[in-house]
Design a protein around this ligand. Structure first.
Ligand code: PHE
Length: 443
């Protein structure tokens, strides 16, 4: 702790790629496509864009400002600017990281397994039965452990040597994979039916509070907001970095990859006429329908499947790293633990916490809702109030490294009024009640 200088990114590009790596993940490919399918296609995409611009971006910049300004992990960062009464909020952030990673790694474990199956033998045409077999119990737990081990390995390597290096290699690869798959999907017969489903829309959904909540929750989840992941990454930055510019790039890349992933998923499903299978469950499109499509495409499908699941695993890994880093950096800052010790101990604890999600997809779904609807949206609400009202000098901190930005006044006003009012509304009228309903249904 004292005396040991804080780790730093070695380049701005490394930071930006790591932050994009955090943002781009299962959220872009798994969550985005099923939410879009469920919620009226383009209507959802439009609401998600609006939510990202009006609510997501201001909170993203707020997190970057808090992290870079304090040079500390979430608990200490909040205490630095707001005094120790704000520490509990930081603790909630760390707990949220713990919780999200516990089930996120279970889903990533499925992806890992599918990738290996594609390499070893190709996909089973009875994909639903296959999914039923692999998605729960010891099978799921085993791959969850393997994925967690990978995540721990990278985080233990450190900020620049582990996280930054991994992101520098994997993010360009991910981008190339997703774009390549979208180009391939466009050549399939029937792709246009997929586009029509994805982008054709039911605009009556624009008025549905539930869809607004889903779009806002997705904007938060996808940008890794509301639990200090972006804050933590920014705490390893110097004052020469232009944070507003970084936020635009991160949000732009995140939106682009989610959108392009939709251009991969829907044409493939429609080319093989499997649309009736979509939307049956939150995991349907990715883990049942697509593998079925890959199976029907024969040997080409096997190759495409390998590339698809490789992209999914890469995305999941760079996001999982950022979740674990929140927890690990807090233990380093707070208790003076060594990185290796913190990574391994906390990694094991998170792996065990994921056991219920590995055994039951219903539990997994419920934990996902609690994390998203309540913890991330609530965390975003608290962050916007904190930077809007409590923190002294956020605009000065946001200006460092820039040539001056004209919209900082509006940014502060958004954080003070519009963002909290909007998030409170969404929480009270939909997110909290619907999460309680999901939990009640478990019993
Ligand atoms: N943004 C990641 C994704 O879209 C998930 C994530 C959420 C990562 C919160 C970190 C923090 O997959």
């Amino acid at each position: 702790m004292a005396g040991v200088p804080r780790e730093q990114w070695t380049s701005k590009r490394g930071f930006v790629l790591a932050a994009i790596g955090s943002a781009v993940g299962l959220g872009n490919m798994w969550r985005f496509s099923y939410l879009a399918a469920e919620n009226g296609g383009a209507a959802f995409v439009v609401l998600y864009l609006v939510a990202t611009l009006i609510v997501g971006l201001p909170v993203l910049l707020a997190e970057l400002v808090l992290g870079r300004g304090s040079q500390r992990s979430p608990i200490q960062a909040l205490a630095h600017y707001g005094g120790s009464r704000w520490k509990p909020l930081g603790l909630i952030f760390v707990a949220t990281g713990f919780l999200i990673l516990s089930y996120y790694a279970v889903i990533a474990g499925w992806a890992l397994r599918y990738g290996l199956v594609a390499i070893a033998s190709g996909f089973d045409s009875d994909a639903a039965a296959h999914f039923g077999e692999v998605a729960s119990g010891w099978d799921a737990f085993g791959y969850h452990v393997a994925f967690m081990a990978l995540t721990v390995f990278v985080v233990v390597g450190g900020v620049s040597r582990g996280i930054e290096r991994t992101s520098m290699v994997l993010m360009p690869l991910l981008f190339a994979l997703v774009v390549g798959l979208a180009v391939y999907a466009a050549t399939l017969d029937g792709a246009s039916a997929g586009y029509a489903y994805y982008l054709g829309t039911d605009f009556s959904k624009l008025l549905s509070l539930n869809v607004v909540k889903d779009a806002t929750g997705q904007a938060f989840f996808s940008l890794s907001l509301g639990m200090g992941a972006m804050l933590t990454f920014a705490s390893y930055l110097g004052r020469d970095v232009d944070l507003p510019r970084a936020s635009w790039i991160i949000a732009g890349a995140d939106i682009a990859i989610a959108f392009i992933a939709g251009l991969v998923v829907f044409p493939m499903i429609f080319a093989l006429d499997l649309s009736a299978d979509v939307g049956a469950s939150t995991v349907g499109a990715l883990f049942i329908t697509l593998p079925k499509a890959f199976a029907e495409m024969g040997s080409v499908g096997r190759g495409v499947g390998i590339l698809f699941f490789a992209a999914l695993i890469v995305g999941a890994l760079t996001s999982a790293i950022s979740l674990l880093e929140v927890v690990v950096s807090s233990a380093i800052d707070r208790f003076g633990w060594r990185r290796r010790q913190a990574g391994i101990l906390l990694g094991v604890a998170i792996t065990l916490l994921g056991a219920p999600s590995a055994w039951s997809t219903d539990i997994l779904g419920a934990v996902d809702q609690v994390a998203n609807n309540i913890l991330l949206l609530g965390g975003g609400l608290a962050l916007s109030i904190f930077v809007g009202w409590v923190m002294v000098g956020p605009i000065e901190e946001a200006s460092a490294g820039t040539a001056g930005v004209s919209w900082f006044g509006s940014w502060r006003n958004l954080l003070r009024y519009a963002v909290p009012a909007f998030l409170l509304f969404v929480l009270v009228y939909d997110a909290i009640p619907s999460t309680f309903r999901t939990i009640a249904n478990l019993f």
